[in-house]
Design a protein around this ligand. Structure first.
Ligand code: ADP
Ligand code: MG
Length: 619
């Protein structure tokens, strides 16, 4: 199959516009890089000073959106309207979020189901995809500013452990920002590429990538052979990073100055200033032996020795994770050929020394550790652009392949640009009680609504044993072989019922049509996303309306008249909102109904359990 490039630059005769950029969309910081005269370089932000853009978004009083440093300034003073660490929410459902309970300062909408999380800012609801798109747009603008040309194509990196949903969310964010995401690349792979590892057809080697960022720590063990990167194991800590080093310094100073921790935390402007001083001290101690500054009459001094003493237990924790990663990969320290250092926090000398001692060799640290992932992404982009002639381009599938889900939405299963042969699958369920037949319609294309994509075929999985909606487990597998033949198989896992078809996606379509389809998908990304979000809100609302109705009839005796009336009123408001086109109104009505009924549902549950126990014979 061919490699398709879209020609979006019609009318703008600029050669550079065809460049593909590499983007590191980080939890703490993000940045973009590209290849200039054979070298990967990181792009400076609008101020021309920094390459890193804090991954923070602030919504101002008058609905303006600030991204980066300007948004970071608002973090402490204005936490409800300032979104950080959005990467932690990518592709997550509310169910996944238990451990994040008190972590976020902004409002995550809680719903007791497996729909994707939303974030409420004032009266608007945003998905993590939309919020990440704001960061990507900012990066797109800064590289366009530097190149004086429009940029459409990108490679974006994600952690090696990101699952299918998280990767898809990242792709969608790119599309929404007006980027054609040619490939999602693992961060450790990109970091290795930045050091030239895996670019020549060297003998097989094993690499450890140690990535200590602002709030997360990842260790990945990769095996590289013939230009193919295989993840052998990953380990880490999703709540360990440079922020913890800062916090350790703050606590040290608070104690040193005999301050009450509680009172100190309450004084937002003081704690903000001290927090910034702590980060500055930490960075200074990466190159000097002591830091000494007065902050609002506080004695903010610390020596390198004191700092190392504070963080030693944290660094030790990362080494335990390294040990576990090695064990999971079935390797010994001596099996590792190279260690690549990634993330701003690996600038701390104690971190470097400890890692180097553990692996018993020098580490790769010549490149800026906070830029190395983006630099590698730019190299990967260059390879995809066909500029690195020695590297073999594998066959890829030029358009995404997926199925139609409720509301006519496209659910991509094999994303475009996947290497073939490939295989991917996902589980679905029914939406109606006792549903017997399920239509599986297979499409190709990038648009959010199947009606705008190309239909490849459909079949019906018949005679599913009657079950309540949501109970059947229907596993759909897409198997694309080396000849480009796609086999789609559906299986209901409780009854083992199975059905399949074969189609040839490349049949009857030419490159020009494909290019037009891609172009359309990017030009319509914003309106497509709006439609998708509205349809998803409606689907979710329909489910909630049904369960509220069920709840009312089943628990009529437990609820007071007032509770029944209020529930009915709120449910009616929701029913009304579903008829309209305002997704914020639907989300708000859902949130209100959910919030009101949650304690009622808990009470009903307790009551029903008590009754069930009473009914059981305990002999
Ligand atoms: P992420 O991958 O999580 O987005 P980064 O790789 O950009 O994060 O790392 C950010 C962290 O690196 C922050 O905690 C920052 O304070 C820290 N950092 C940056 N420069 C230095 C330095 N010179 N010394 C110590 N820590 C640093
Ligand atoms: Mg990072």
């Amino acid at each position: 199959m061919a490699k398709i490039s879209i020609n979006l630059k019609e009318g703008k005769a600029n050669k550079q516009a065809d460049i593909i950029v590499g983007i590191d969309l980080g939890t703490t910081n993000s940045l973009v890089a590209y290849i200039k005269a054979g070298n990967a370089i990181a792009v400076k932000d609008k101020t021309g000073k920094n390459t890193l853009i804090p991954s923070i978004i602030h919504f101002t009083e008058n609905e303006q959106i600030l991204v980066g440093d300007a948004a970071k300034k608002q973090l402490i003073q204005n936490p409800e309207n300032t979104i950080y660490s959005i990467k932690r929410l990518m592709g997550k459902s509310y169910k996944d979020l238990d451990k994040y309970n008190d972590y976020f300062g902004y409002k995550i909408i809680e719903e007791d189901n497996d729909s994707l999380v939303k974030i409420r800012v004032k009266n608007k609801f945003y998905t993590p995809i939309e919020l990440s798109a704001f960061i990507l747009k900012e990066l797109k603008e800064s590289v366009e500013n530097e190149l004086k040309a429009t940029v459409f194509k990108a490679v974006i990196t994600v952690p090696a452990y990101f699952n299918d949903a998280q990767r898809q969310a990242t792709r969608d964010a790119g599309k929404l920002a007006g980027l054609d995401v040619l490939r999602i690349v693992n961060e450790p792979t990109a970091a290795s590429l930045a050091y030239g590892i895996g670019l020549q057809g060297e003998k097989a080697q094993k690499i450890a990538i140690y990535d200590l960022g602002g709030g997360t720590f990842d260790i990945s063990i990769l095996e590289i052979h013939d230009g193919i990167f295989e993840v052998l194991s990953t380990n880490g800590d999703t709540f360990l990073g440079g922020d913890d080093f800062d916090r350790a310094i703050i606590d040290f100073w608070v104690e040193k100055n005999n301050l009450d921790k509680h009172i100190f935390n309450k004084n937002k402007s003081l704690s903000q200033t001290v927090r910034l001083a702590a980060e500055a001290a930490k960075k200074a101690l990466s190159t000097t032996d002591s830091f000494n500054q007065k902050v609002d009459n506080l004695d903010c001094a610390i020596t390198k020795e004191e700092f190392e003493h504070l963080i030693a237990p944290l660094v030790e924790k990362t080494m335990t994770a390294c040990q576990n990663a090695l064990e999971d990969a079935g390797l010994k320290v001596s099996d590792i050929d190279h260690i690549v250092m990634v993330g701003g926090s690996t600038r701390v000398p104690l971190v470097k020394k400890t890692v180097s001692n553990f692996f018993n060799q020098e580490v790769y640290d010549k490149l800026n550790p906070d830029e190395v992932v983006a630099l590698g992404a730019a190299i990967q982009a260059d390879v995809l652009a066909g500029n690195q002639k020695d590297i073999l381009l594998l066959d890829i599938t030029p358009l995404s392949l997926g199925i139609e889900t409720v509301g006519g939405l496209m659910d991509s299963i094999i994303p475009r640009n996947s290497k073939i042969p490939t295989k991917a699958g996902r589980q679905y369920t029914t939406s109606v009680d006792g549903q017997k037949n399920l239509k599986i319609a297979v499409y190709q294309g990038e648009r959010d609504l199947v009606e705008n994509n190309r239909k490849l075929g459909e079949f019906i999985l018949r005679d599913i044993p009657p079950m309540p909606a949501g109970l059947p487990k229907i596993d759909i597998q897409f198997i694309l072989n080396a000849d480009g033949i796609l086999r789609v198989r559906a299986r209901e896992l409780r009854s083992n019922l199975e059905q399949e078809i074969e189609v040839k996606p490349s049949y009857g379509i030419d490159e020009e049509t494909m290019a037009t389809m891609l172009l359309d998908s990017i030009q319509n990304a914003e309106s497509d996303m709006k439609t998708r979000v509205l349809l998803e809100a409606r689907n979710e609302a329909q489910n909630i309306i049904l369960s509220a109705d069920k709840f009312l009839t089943q628990n009529a005796t437990i609820l007071s008249d007032e509770e029944k009336e209020r529930t009915i009123t709120l449910n009616d408001t929701l029913k009304e909102s579903v008829k309209g086109n305002d997704k914020d109104a639907i989300n708000k009505a859902m949130e209100e109904l959910n919030e009101y009924t949650r304690p009622l549902a808990e009470r009903a549950m307790d009551f029903n359990i008590a009754n069930a126990i009473r009914g059981k014979k305990l002999s």
